[in-house]
Design a protein around this ligand. Sequence first.
Ligand code: PLP
Length: 379
Amino acid sequence: MTTPTPGLLPLRPELAGEEPYGAPQLDVPVLLNVNENPYPPSDDVVATIAADVAAAARGLNRYPDREALALRGDLAAYLGQESGVALAPEQIWAANGSNEVMLHLLQAFGGPGRTVVSFAPTYSMYPEYARDTHTRWVAGRRSEDFTIDAGHAVDVIEREQPSVILLTSPNNPTGTALPLPVVEAVLAAAARVTVPDAPDGAGAVVVVDEAYAEFRRAGTPSALELLADHPNLAVTRTMSKAFGAAGLRLGYLAASARLVDALRVVRLPYHLSAITQAAARAALKHTGALRTQVASLRDERDALVDWLRAQGLDVAETDANFVLFGRFDDRRALWQGLLDRGVLIREVGPPGWLRVSVGTPEETARFKEALTETLKELR
Ligand SMILES: Cc1ncc(COP(=O)(O)O)c(C=O)c1O
């Protein structure tokens, strides 16, 4: 018998000393650190959300539609307009942010004795989903220009035999979009994987995280185009970025109906509140205005890339609403110099690089001014 020690908890050993994930939430005039849309919802959008949420509130004594089928239908229609790919509501899954969608994917297809493979540098939450679902995390590497070499990807998949392969396009924090032939090479290797405790021939699931897809440049395709031929492919999206609804917490994916059915098994009952479903459906009624706004953010991004290059800085090619730029011997000093001038960006990614989100023209002007002053000061 051991003597009980007050204050001790039976914490899982892999969680000991771990900090909760999250960028600093500081009260600063110019927030360019978490890739949000800088524009708040318009009065029209706010009015529709308020009316539809009020209607939903009248039914709050009842649990919500746990299948969220009307919302999934609206999301299918939106993806059809956005990418030209026809999808049925049963091919869409939705949850509280694409964070939760990704967790569902690993709960269903990862787990003890299984492996998830991704390619770094990439989104820093992925290893945490792996840890929380007892899935082994393996990171292959991205090339110097942050693309993924198809040969390397296939080697890693053949060596590790993962049950889930996670590709990010456009990638965070680098902004890099993947050409479809790379995704196709990964899909072919995934189909040959032998997954522990899975039926013979099941192959691995390939997830393409397209959180930033709406910001991709003309001619850059979406992996949605590959869905019809690949039942083990899932393409995740979010309303947190282009939609300007990070506070809503609504992420979703498109996949085969069979893959979606597997996610329905692991979700909590009624995981999407009636309020969330109503607000998301209301926001989806306004996609026309959204398209104009996204186009102007893309232009703003391209102009920012040109300006940073004109300052003699290295800038990663970007199809997202942020820019990775460098390289700095002491990136912390630069980050701090900007913060001292009221501009918060993100110290993230490979050593020497910093990431800035695309803001309004006024915010970008403040960023440029603060960067010019700080670089002068540090030189
Ligand atoms: C690549 C990537 N995927 C997913 C997410 C999570 O987004 P959500 O707000 O939908 O949970 C982010 C957020 O920054 C991201 O950068």
